[in-house]
Design a protein around this ligand. Sequence first.
Ligand code: ZN
Length: 521
Amino acid sequence: MKNIFALGCLTLFLYSCSSSKKNEHFSLTPTFADPTVYAQTITSNELKELLYTYASDEFQGRETGTEGQKKAVAFLAQQYQNMGVPSPMGDTYFQNVPLEIQSFPETNISINGKALPCFVDYSPLGTPSTQHIGAKEIVYVSYGIETDTYSNYNNIDVKDKIVLMKAGEPQNEDGSFVTSETKKSTIWTSGRGARNLKRDVAIAKGAKAIIFMDDVSFGRVSNYYQKKSEKSDHGAMAVQGDVLSIPHFIINDIVGKSLYKNILTDNSSKSIKTDIEIDITTESDSIKSENVLAFIKGSEKPDEILVISSHLDHEGIKDGQIYNGADDDGSGTVALLEIAEAFKTAVKEGKGPKRSILFLHVTGEEKGLLGSKYYTDFAPVFPLENTIANLNIDMIGRVDDKHTDSPNYLYIIGSDRLSTELHQISEATNETYTEMTFDYTYNAENDPNRFYYRSDHYNFAKHNIPAIFYFNGSHADYHKPTDTPDKIAYDLLETRTRLVFYTAWQLANQEQRIVADKAVQ
Ligand SMILES: [Zn+2]
């Protein structure tokens, strides 16, 4: 096997170099002990044994707030108790995460006294809290885009205003997009990603509601939300009291033109006189859930914290079928347990980490990264400024279609976004210990999948904490009842888990704390 691998490795290595800077002059600073002996305590057999339990039907797919999820957190706490790794919170491993599930909102919109029929002329896109908004003007912000080189928000104030915007982005005469000067579609061009990006810009600008004209998607999106509204309990789950989402509606061209007749042709932002009333009524039920936290205190720099995370929840039971979530994220969960055990073994031999390590199993990931959001935005157990980095593991037990012929790979997402040194350490650790092929395809700024925003590391990264997301890519069983333990490649899971351990070892033990030299100001 080795030879084909070596050959394969060279080509692949060259490939990965094309998408990340080669570590010409970087080498790992030596640490006080050889981590290899501890890495070898991480074995495919132990990973397999843990995963066959954690992703078994007994855990009922571990949906946030359900009995299955409660079984999952009890299991994790028991594992840490067994291995003698304490909680950072005294006598419980559980950080209570107060969540709420909001019923689908009851909405009414009238423009110049004319009521608009819901799901015909408009559809709610989010589940904001109960409120009434009335205004005599709206602010038209054209495409609602803001980049370093192009903005629809110049010389216009949308604070506490209702904004009207449209899908798409401006193009030059040659058909290239103004934001990228290329003909390749960008993160602003179309789809849910672009819509949410524009929403986030408007929220950041202080808008109090958004009306988004997108005739192309209107029918499909409106149908989707109408179905959701007909299902009694299907509003979004959120962290209790976290009403970051403002009222967000999609409309078709007809309503768009009734609000501003030149909306299709005019790309300049302006205030428009109109009489608009928006009424929203939402009920919410509270849901109790838990993150699980275990902790190894650093021997020399205990106040510097490395967070290693994965998510404990999955999709639960749907139409009577259990979604076992063996890869998503059973693989990350058992990897975290084995990494903790390896560090605990080192502690027992007097080779414990110099910096502290928090093993963070978060809930509510499938519901919107809720457990990690609660930890970082509402109740960080350790000050975020003391958190040196986050290593987040979400789906590392399988091989995606792209790599069937070269399975010894891993997608690395985010390593070079906030810290040059984190990226160099990640690369050098792999070159030194695990020699996998790192694939940076999903690390691209304009990755249409937006994986950088779709797992728990993002809640750390958004606070400028350097983070790496370890991922094997999607596969045929993703979010299916067929994502079961028998499909996991345990030898690859072992190697990938050891990679994260080695990277954590370096970050926790090297002399200097890594610097977030690329932090967003
Ligand atoms: Zn996941």
